[in-house]
Design a protein around this ligand. Structure first.
Ligand code: SF4
Ligand code: SF4
Length: 407
Protein backbone atom coordinates (compact mmCIF):
# COMPACT_ATOMS: atom_id res chain seq x y z
CA UNK A 1 0.00 0.00 0.00
CA UNK A 2 2.76 2.44 1.02
CA UNK A 3 4.90 1.28 -1.91
CA UNK A 4 1.93 1.80 -4.24
CA UNK A 5 1.45 5.37 -2.97
CA UNK A 6 5.16 6.07 -3.34
CA UNK A 7 5.17 4.80 -6.95
CA UNK A 8 2.12 6.94 -7.63
CA UNK A 9 3.78 10.02 -6.12
CA UNK A 10 6.93 9.49 -8.23
CA UNK A 11 4.75 8.92 -11.31
CA UNK A 12 2.87 12.18 -10.72
CA UNK A 13 6.22 14.01 -10.70
CA UNK A 14 7.60 12.23 -13.77
CA UNK A 15 4.25 12.80 -15.50
CA UNK A 16 4.60 16.59 -15.47
CA UNK A 17 4.35 17.93 -19.05
CA UNK A 18 7.85 19.49 -18.94
CA UNK A 19 9.39 16.14 -17.91
CA UNK A 20 7.34 14.13 -20.41
CA UNK A 21 8.55 16.29 -23.31
CA UNK A 22 12.17 15.43 -22.43
CA UNK A 23 11.84 11.66 -22.53
CA UNK A 24 12.58 11.24 -26.25
CA UNK A 25 16.12 10.03 -25.53
CA UNK A 26 14.79 6.91 -23.80
CA UNK A 27 14.77 3.83 -26.09
CA UNK A 28 11.43 2.28 -27.08
CA UNK A 29 10.52 -1.04 -25.56
CA UNK A 30 11.13 -3.94 -27.99
CA UNK A 31 7.95 -4.73 -29.91
CA UNK A 32 7.46 -7.99 -27.95
CA UNK A 33 6.79 -5.94 -24.81
CA UNK A 34 4.39 -3.64 -26.68
CA UNK A 35 2.29 -6.44 -28.20
CA UNK A 36 -0.48 -5.97 -25.61
CA UNK A 37 -1.22 -2.49 -26.85
CA UNK A 38 0.43 -2.09 -30.30
CA UNK A 39 -1.72 -0.77 -33.15
CA UNK A 40 -3.00 -3.09 -35.88
CA UNK A 41 -1.30 -2.40 -39.18
CA UNK A 42 -2.76 -3.15 -42.59
CA UNK A 43 -5.34 -1.64 -44.91
CA UNK A 44 -9.00 -2.17 -44.04
CA UNK A 45 -11.16 -3.94 -46.59
CA UNK A 46 -13.77 -1.80 -48.36
CA UNK A 47 -16.79 -0.99 -46.18
CA UNK A 48 -20.22 -2.48 -46.79
CA UNK A 49 -21.79 -0.74 -49.77
CA UNK A 50 -25.49 -1.58 -49.24
CA UNK A 51 -27.27 0.30 -46.45
CA UNK A 52 -30.87 -0.69 -45.60
CA UNK A 53 -33.35 2.10 -46.43
CA UNK A 54 -34.45 2.24 -42.78
CA UNK A 55 -30.95 3.33 -41.77
CA UNK A 56 -30.40 6.04 -44.37
CA UNK A 57 -30.10 9.68 -43.23
CA UNK A 58 -27.52 11.97 -44.87
CA UNK A 59 -24.03 11.46 -46.29
CA UNK A 60 -21.51 12.57 -43.68
CA UNK A 61 -23.35 14.87 -41.28
CA UNK A 62 -26.23 17.38 -41.32
CA UNK A 63 -24.73 20.80 -42.19
CA UNK A 64 -26.21 24.28 -42.43
CA UNK A 65 -23.61 26.12 -44.57
CA UNK A 66 -24.93 29.60 -43.76
CA UNK A 67 -24.84 28.92 -40.03
CA UNK A 68 -21.30 27.54 -40.37
CA UNK A 69 -20.25 30.79 -42.08
CA UNK A 70 -22.02 32.98 -39.57
CA UNK A 71 -20.45 31.15 -36.60
CA UNK A 72 -16.99 31.37 -38.15
CA UNK A 73 -17.31 35.13 -38.72
CA UNK A 74 -18.50 35.71 -35.16
CA UNK A 75 -16.48 33.12 -33.24
CA UNK A 76 -13.64 31.34 -35.11
CA UNK A 77 -12.10 28.27 -33.51
CA UNK A 78 -9.04 28.16 -31.26
CA UNK A 79 -6.97 25.27 -29.93
CA UNK A 80 -8.61 23.93 -26.76
CA UNK A 81 -5.53 22.37 -25.16
CA UNK A 82 -3.20 25.20 -26.17
CA UNK A 83 -5.58 27.71 -24.59
CA UNK A 84 -6.24 25.66 -21.46
CA UNK A 85 -2.88 25.15 -19.73
CA UNK A 86 -4.71 23.92 -16.64
CA UNK A 87 -5.98 20.91 -18.60
CA UNK A 88 -2.52 19.59 -19.56
CA UNK A 89 -1.02 20.42 -16.18
CA UNK A 90 -3.81 18.45 -14.54
CA UNK A 91 -4.15 15.56 -16.98
CA UNK A 92 -0.63 14.34 -17.68
CA UNK A 93 0.46 13.69 -14.06
CA UNK A 94 -2.76 11.76 -13.40
CA UNK A 95 -2.27 9.73 -16.57
CA UNK A 96 1.41 8.98 -15.93
CA UNK A 97 0.97 5.17 -16.13
CA UNK A 98 0.11 5.49 -19.80
CA UNK A 99 2.00 8.69 -20.57
CA UNK A 100 5.44 7.72 -19.29
CA UNK A 101 5.83 4.46 -21.31
CA UNK A 102 4.40 6.08 -24.48
CA UNK A 103 6.15 9.45 -24.14
CA UNK A 104 9.52 8.62 -25.79
CA UNK A 105 7.84 7.23 -28.92
CA UNK A 106 5.30 10.05 -29.00
CA UNK A 107 8.00 12.68 -28.71
CA UNK A 108 10.19 11.07 -31.39
CA UNK A 109 7.19 10.76 -33.73
CA UNK A 110 6.28 14.39 -33.08
CA UNK A 111 9.81 15.42 -34.01
CA UNK A 112 9.49 13.43 -37.27
CA UNK A 113 6.37 15.44 -38.19
CA UNK A 114 8.19 18.71 -37.41
CA UNK A 115 11.20 17.63 -39.48
CA UNK A 116 9.24 16.72 -42.61
CA UNK A 117 7.17 19.91 -42.36
CA UNK A 118 10.25 22.12 -42.00
CA UNK A 119 12.00 20.30 -44.88
CA UNK A 120 8.92 21.07 -46.95
CA UNK A 121 9.19 24.75 -46.05
CA UNK A 122 12.87 24.95 -46.98
CA UNK A 123 12.70 22.83 -50.15
CA UNK A 124 9.52 24.32 -51.57
CA UNK A 125 9.32 27.87 -50.20
CA UNK A 126 6.69 30.39 -51.21
CA UNK A 127 3.13 29.77 -52.24
CA UNK A 128 3.56 29.27 -55.98
CA UNK A 129 1.58 26.68 -57.91
CA UNK A 130 2.34 23.02 -57.24
CA UNK A 131 4.26 20.99 -59.83
CA UNK A 132 2.12 19.73 -62.71
CA UNK A 133 0.78 16.26 -61.93
CA UNK A 134 -2.04 13.96 -62.96
CA UNK A 135 -4.48 14.13 -60.00
CA UNK A 136 -5.59 10.52 -60.40
CA UNK A 137 -2.04 9.23 -60.58
CA UNK A 138 -0.81 11.23 -57.58
CA UNK A 139 -3.87 10.22 -55.54
CA UNK A 140 -3.31 6.56 -56.39
CA UNK A 141 0.36 6.91 -55.39
CA UNK A 142 -0.55 8.45 -52.02
CA UNK A 143 -3.14 5.76 -51.27
CA UNK A 144 -0.71 3.03 -52.33
CA UNK A 145 1.91 4.50 -49.99
CA UNK A 146 -0.58 4.54 -47.13
CA UNK A 147 -1.37 0.86 -47.72
CA UNK A 148 2.32 -0.03 -48.07
CA UNK A 149 3.29 1.54 -44.73
CA UNK A 150 0.37 -0.13 -42.94
CA UNK A 151 -2.19 2.62 -42.41
CA UNK A 152 -5.75 1.33 -42.06
CA UNK A 153 -7.30 3.95 -44.34
CA UNK A 154 -6.65 7.34 -45.91
CA UNK A 155 -9.09 9.97 -47.15
CA UNK A 156 -8.85 13.39 -48.78
CA UNK A 157 -11.03 16.40 -47.97
CA UNK A 158 -11.05 20.07 -48.97
CA UNK A 159 -9.33 22.51 -46.61
CA UNK A 160 -11.97 24.58 -44.80
CA UNK A 161 -10.87 27.57 -42.72
CA UNK A 162 -14.01 27.31 -40.59
CA UNK A 163 -12.62 24.13 -39.00
CA UNK A 164 -9.08 25.41 -38.46
CA UNK A 165 -7.68 26.73 -35.17
CA UNK A 166 -6.78 30.33 -35.82
CA UNK A 167 -3.41 30.24 -34.02
CA UNK A 168 -2.03 27.89 -36.66
CA UNK A 169 -3.59 29.38 -39.78
CA UNK A 170 -0.28 30.80 -41.02
CA UNK A 171 1.23 27.29 -41.11
CA UNK A 172 -1.40 26.14 -43.61
CA UNK A 173 -0.28 24.98 -47.08
CA UNK A 174 -2.45 24.08 -50.04
CA UNK A 175 -6.15 23.35 -50.24
CA UNK A 176 -6.24 19.64 -49.38
CA UNK A 177 -6.31 17.82 -46.06
CA UNK A 178 -5.26 14.17 -46.00
CA UNK A 179 -6.64 12.15 -43.10
CA UNK A 180 -4.55 9.12 -42.10
CA UNK A 181 -6.25 6.42 -39.98
CA UNK A 182 -4.56 3.71 -37.91
CA UNK A 183 -6.54 1.04 -36.08
CA UNK A 184 -5.94 0.88 -32.32
CA UNK A 185 -5.26 -2.40 -30.51
CA UNK A 186 -8.50 -4.36 -30.11
CA UNK A 187 -7.87 -6.35 -26.93
CA UNK A 188 -6.44 -3.38 -25.03
CA UNK A 189 -9.43 -1.23 -26.00
CA UNK A 190 -11.88 -3.74 -24.53
CA UNK A 191 -10.21 -3.20 -21.10
CA UNK A 192 -11.32 0.45 -21.02
CA UNK A 193 -11.01 2.27 -18.67
CA UNK A 194 -7.43 1.15 -17.99
CA UNK A 195 -3.84 2.32 -18.29
CA UNK A 196 -3.30 -0.44 -20.87
CA UNK A 197 -6.07 0.96 -23.08
CA UNK A 198 -4.69 4.47 -22.70
CA UNK A 199 -1.24 3.20 -23.68
CA UNK A 200 -2.85 1.72 -26.79
CA UNK A 201 -4.34 5.13 -27.62
CA UNK A 202 -1.12 7.09 -27.03
CA UNK A 203 1.08 4.45 -28.66
CA UNK A 204 -1.37 4.43 -31.59
CA UNK A 205 -0.87 8.17 -32.00
CA UNK A 206 2.92 7.68 -32.05
CA UNK A 207 2.64 4.97 -34.74
CA UNK A 208 0.09 6.94 -36.76
CA UNK A 209 2.36 10.02 -36.74
CA UNK A 210 5.31 7.92 -37.96
CA UNK A 211 3.30 6.38 -40.79
CA UNK A 212 1.67 9.67 -41.78
CA UNK A 213 5.13 11.20 -41.97
CA UNK A 214 6.09 8.56 -44.55
CA UNK A 215 3.02 9.51 -46.61
CA UNK A 216 3.94 13.20 -46.28
CA UNK A 217 7.50 12.45 -47.38
CA UNK A 218 6.19 10.73 -50.52
CA UNK A 219 4.53 14.03 -51.54
CA UNK A 220 7.50 16.11 -50.44
CA UNK A 221 9.82 14.02 -52.64
CA UNK A 222 7.51 14.69 -55.60
CA UNK A 223 7.91 18.44 -55.09
CA UNK A 224 4.71 19.23 -53.17
CA UNK A 225 4.36 21.14 -49.93
CA UNK A 226 3.19 19.30 -46.82
CA UNK A 227 2.55 19.95 -43.14
CA UNK A 228 2.12 16.81 -41.03
CA UNK A 229 0.20 17.67 -37.87
CA UNK A 230 0.42 16.51 -34.30
CA UNK A 231 -2.76 14.80 -33.07
CA UNK A 232 -5.77 17.03 -32.41
CA UNK A 233 -3.82 20.29 -32.35
CA UNK A 234 -4.38 22.24 -35.56
CA UNK A 235 -7.98 21.73 -36.61
CA UNK A 236 -11.14 19.75 -35.98
CA UNK A 237 -9.86 16.47 -37.35
CA UNK A 238 -13.25 14.74 -37.22
CA UNK A 239 -14.72 17.29 -39.61
CA UNK A 240 -12.12 16.35 -42.23
CA UNK A 241 -12.52 12.62 -41.59
CA UNK A 242 -16.29 12.83 -42.13
CA UNK A 243 -15.87 14.94 -45.28
CA UNK A 244 -13.33 12.40 -46.56
CA UNK A 245 -15.91 9.62 -46.20
CA UNK A 246 -13.95 7.73 -43.52
CA UNK A 247 -16.94 7.45 -41.18
CA UNK A 248 -19.74 9.42 -39.51
CA UNK A 249 -20.04 11.24 -36.20
CA UNK A 250 -21.43 9.04 -33.43
CA UNK A 251 -23.62 10.27 -30.59
CA UNK A 252 -20.49 9.86 -28.43
CA UNK A 253 -18.91 12.75 -30.37
CA UNK A 254 -16.31 10.49 -31.98
CA UNK A 255 -15.64 9.49 -35.57
CA UNK A 256 -17.19 6.06 -36.08
CA UNK A 257 -15.46 4.21 -38.88
CA UNK A 258 -17.26 1.22 -40.38
CA UNK A 259 -14.35 -1.13 -39.59
CA UNK A 260 -13.54 -0.18 -36.01
CA UNK A 261 -15.83 2.60 -34.78
CA UNK A 262 -13.74 5.13 -32.92
CA UNK A 263 -11.02 2.55 -32.11
CA UNK A 264 -8.52 4.32 -34.34
CA UNK A 265 -6.13 7.25 -34.30
CA UNK A 266 -6.20 10.06 -36.85
CA UNK A 267 -3.34 12.20 -38.17
CA UNK A 268 -3.80 14.91 -40.80
CA UNK A 269 -1.56 16.35 -43.49
CA UNK A 270 -2.10 19.64 -45.30
CA UNK A 271 -0.81 19.70 -48.87
CA UNK A 272 -0.91 21.57 -52.15
CA UNK A 273 -0.82 18.31 -54.16
CA UNK A 274 -3.84 18.21 -56.53
CA UNK A 275 -5.33 15.09 -54.97
CA UNK A 276 -8.79 13.85 -55.93
CA UNK A 277 -11.31 14.49 -53.14
CA UNK A 278 -13.18 11.72 -51.39
CA UNK A 279 -16.78 12.44 -50.39
CA UNK A 280 -18.99 12.14 -47.31
CA UNK A 281 -20.82 8.81 -47.12
CA UNK A 282 -23.98 7.65 -45.37
CA UNK A 283 -23.01 4.39 -43.67
CA UNK A 284 -26.26 4.23 -41.68
CA UNK A 285 -24.42 5.16 -38.48
CA UNK A 286 -26.75 8.00 -37.37
CA UNK A 287 -29.73 5.65 -37.37
CA UNK A 288 -27.78 2.90 -35.58
CA UNK A 289 -26.84 5.46 -32.91
CA UNK A 290 -30.48 6.48 -32.48
CA UNK A 291 -31.41 2.86 -31.78
CA UNK A 292 -28.43 2.24 -29.51
CA UNK A 293 -27.55 5.14 -27.15
CA UNK A 294 -25.29 2.88 -25.07
CA UNK A 295 -22.69 5.64 -24.67
CA UNK A 296 -25.32 8.02 -23.30
CA UNK A 297 -26.62 5.46 -20.79
CA UNK A 298 -23.18 4.30 -19.66
CA UNK A 299 -21.28 7.59 -19.29
CA UNK A 300 -20.64 7.81 -15.54
CA UNK A 301 -21.20 11.59 -15.40
CA UNK A 302 -23.93 12.12 -18.03
CA UNK A 303 -21.59 14.12 -20.23
CA UNK A 304 -23.29 13.02 -23.46
CA UNK A 305 -26.62 14.70 -24.23
CA UNK A 306 -29.54 12.52 -25.23
CA UNK A 307 -30.24 14.27 -28.50
CA UNK A 308 -28.58 16.17 -31.32
CA UNK A 309 -28.77 19.96 -31.55
CA UNK A 310 -27.46 22.51 -34.03
CA UNK A 311 -24.02 23.66 -32.94
CA UNK A 312 -21.79 25.88 -35.10
CA UNK A 313 -23.85 24.92 -38.16
CA UNK A 314 -23.72 21.15 -37.60
CA UNK A 315 -26.39 18.87 -36.10
CA UNK A 316 -24.64 16.83 -33.45
CA UNK A 317 -24.61 15.55 -29.90
CA UNK A 318 -22.35 18.08 -28.15
CA UNK A 319 -20.29 16.53 -25.38
CA UNK A 320 -20.08 18.40 -22.06
CA UNK A 321 -16.28 18.79 -21.86
CA UNK A 322 -16.33 20.25 -18.34
CA UNK A 323 -17.96 17.07 -17.07
CA UNK A 324 -15.91 14.72 -19.20
CA UNK A 325 -12.33 15.97 -18.94
CA UNK A 326 -11.79 15.60 -15.17
CA UNK A 327 -13.02 12.01 -15.42
CA UNK A 328 -10.79 11.27 -18.41
CA UNK A 329 -7.81 12.60 -16.45
CA UNK A 330 -8.48 10.71 -13.21
CA UNK A 331 -10.00 7.44 -14.45
CA UNK A 332 -7.29 6.12 -16.79
CA UNK A 333 -8.64 8.02 -19.80
CA UNK A 334 -12.25 6.86 -19.12
CA UNK A 335 -13.48 6.39 -22.74
CA UNK A 336 -16.34 4.19 -21.58
CA UNK A 337 -18.28 5.81 -24.42
CA UNK A 338 -15.82 4.13 -26.80
CA UNK A 339 -15.74 0.78 -25.01
CA UNK A 340 -19.52 0.24 -24.98
CA UNK A 341 -20.00 1.18 -28.63
CA UNK A 342 -21.07 -1.89 -30.64
CA UNK A 343 -19.52 -0.48 -33.82
CA UNK A 344 -16.19 -0.22 -32.02
CA UNK A 345 -16.44 -3.76 -30.66
CA UNK A 346 -17.92 -5.66 -33.60
CA UNK A 347 -17.57 -3.39 -36.64
CA UNK A 348 -20.55 -1.95 -38.50
CA UNK A 349 -21.44 -4.92 -40.71
CA UNK A 350 -22.48 -7.35 -37.91
CA UNK A 351 -24.38 -4.50 -36.21
CA UNK A 352 -26.37 -3.75 -39.38
CA UNK A 353 -26.91 -7.47 -40.06
CA UNK A 354 -28.40 -7.89 -36.58
CA UNK A 355 -30.51 -4.76 -36.98
CA UNK A 356 -31.90 -6.04 -40.29
CA UNK A 357 -32.59 -9.46 -38.77
CA UNK A 358 -34.17 -8.45 -35.45
CA UNK A 359 -34.58 -4.66 -35.41
CA UNK A 360 -32.24 -4.65 -32.38
CA UNK A 361 -28.72 -3.47 -31.62
CA UNK A 362 -26.23 -6.30 -31.29
CA UNK A 363 -25.61 -7.12 -27.59
CA UNK A 364 -27.47 -4.00 -26.40
CA UNK A 365 -27.86 -4.08 -22.61
CA UNK A 366 -25.48 -7.03 -22.09
CA UNK A 367 -22.61 -7.02 -19.64
CA UNK A 368 -20.30 -8.21 -22.42
CA UNK A 369 -20.81 -4.94 -24.29
CA UNK A 370 -21.85 -2.42 -21.66
CA UNK A 371 -20.15 -3.58 -18.45
CA UNK A 372 -16.88 -2.04 -17.25
CA UNK A 373 -14.41 -2.12 -14.38
CA UNK A 374 -14.13 1.28 -12.72
CA UNK A 375 -10.49 2.05 -11.85
CA UNK A 376 -11.26 4.45 -8.99
CA UNK A 377 -12.91 1.80 -6.78
CA UNK A 378 -11.90 -1.47 -8.47
CA UNK A 379 -15.54 -2.58 -8.86
CA UNK A 380 -17.34 -3.94 -11.90
CA UNK A 381 -20.43 -2.06 -13.12
CA UNK A 382 -22.97 -3.96 -15.17
CA UNK A 383 -25.58 -2.26 -17.39
CA UNK A 384 -27.84 -0.06 -15.27
CA UNK A 385 -25.25 0.45 -12.51
CA UNK A 386 -22.93 3.45 -12.21
CA UNK A 387 -20.06 4.30 -9.84
CA UNK A 388 -20.49 6.98 -7.20
CA UNK A 389 -18.10 9.76 -8.14
CA UNK A 390 -17.24 12.26 -5.38
CA UNK A 391 -17.51 15.99 -6.06
CA UNK A 392 -13.74 16.54 -5.75
CA UNK A 393 -13.24 14.12 -8.66
CA UNK A 394 -16.05 15.62 -10.76
CA UNK A 395 -14.96 19.20 -10.11
CA UNK A 396 -11.29 19.18 -9.08
CA UNK A 397 -10.19 22.18 -7.01
CA UNK A 398 -8.87 24.94 -9.26
CA UNK A 399 -10.51 23.59 -12.42
CA UNK A 400 -10.50 26.35 -15.03
CA UNK A 401 -11.67 25.49 -18.53
CA UNK A 402 -12.52 27.86 -21.34
CA UNK A 403 -14.38 26.28 -24.22
CA UNK A 404 -13.06 28.27 -27.20
CA UNK A 405 -10.03 29.97 -25.67
CA UNK A 406 -8.59 32.94 -27.56
CA UNK A 407 -4.84 33.43 -27.07
S1 SF4 B 1 -14.90 9.77 -21.76
FE1 SF4 B 1 -16.07 8.99 -19.99
S2 SF4 B 1 -16.82 10.85 -18.99
FE2 SF4 B 1 -16.21 11.45 -21.05
S3 SF4 B 1 -18.08 11.27 -22.28
FE3 SF4 B 1 -16.98 9.33 -22.48
S4 SF4 B 1 -17.88 8.03 -20.90
FE4 SF4 B 1 -18.42 10.13 -20.39
S1 SF4 C 1 -22.47 3.59 -28.34
FE1 SF4 C 1 -24.24 3.45 -29.69
S2 SF4 C 1 -25.08 5.54 -29.67
FE2 SF4 C 1 -23.02 5.68 -28.87
S3 SF4 C 1 -21.73 6.16 -30.61
FE3 SF4 C 1 -21.74 3.93 -30.46
S4 SF4 C 1 -23.40 3.23 -31.78
FE4 SF4 C 1 -23.67 5.43 -31.43
Amino acid sequence: MIAGRLVNRVGMVVGQPRVISRLAWLPSLPSYFRRDYAAHRGEWSAPRSRIPDALKTVPGIWRDREAEDETFERDPLYDFLGGNPWAMQFMTPHMWRAMVPAAPRLERARRMTVEVSSQSRSRNPGSGPPPAADPSAITAAVKAKAAEVGLSALGIAPYDQRYEYMEYKAEQVGDRVIVCVLEQNYAATQTIPSARAEQAALGGYAEAMQLATLVGRELLDRGFRVVVHEPERHHLVIHYAVEAGLGQLGLNGQLLTPAAGSRCRLITINTNAPLVFDHPVDYGIHAICDACKACIRRCPVNAIPGKREWYRGVLKSKLDTKRCLPIVAQADGCSICMKVCPIQKYGLTPVIDEFERSGKILDRGTDELEGYDWPLDGKHYSPGAHPEIPLEIREPPGMVLEMNPKP
